[in-house]
Design a protein around this ligand. Sequence first.
Ligand code: 5GP
Ligand code: ZN
Length: 112
Amino acid sequence: MENCIFCKIVAGEIPSPRFYEDGDMIVIKDIEPKAKLHYLCIPKTHFALLSEMDEEKAELLKRVMKKIPELANGVLGLSGGYRMIVNQGADGGQSVPHLHIHLLGGETLTGF
Ligand code: 5GP
Ligand code: ZN
């Protein structure tokens, strides 16, 4: 998708170190971390909202979700636990309209 910053990162047009990559997604660190460790799991397929999910995208997200605990306990260093956030639309505070999963941890998170 043209002018999508996450598509550009996925394509390698904007360099960003990858902590994990497979056919479905990349995992990078958030440029403005909200916790000691703050990763973004970015599916390689462009779509903005869960409401756009068809069967293919549902399967993609299923594989991504199944992979996250394994990564958290391994390369991402989140074995103590983590918070998973998916912001949706304007009221959800979504600033990049390419669906992504925030993983926050590396410390004990307080508040909501
Ligand atoms: P959203 O607000 O859409 O849920 O999350 C977008 C996130 O992407 C924000 O936390 C923001 O800091 C992060 N972000 C925006 N641009 C870049 C970038 O170029 N590189 C990285 N690593 N993170 C970015
Ligand atoms: Zn995109």
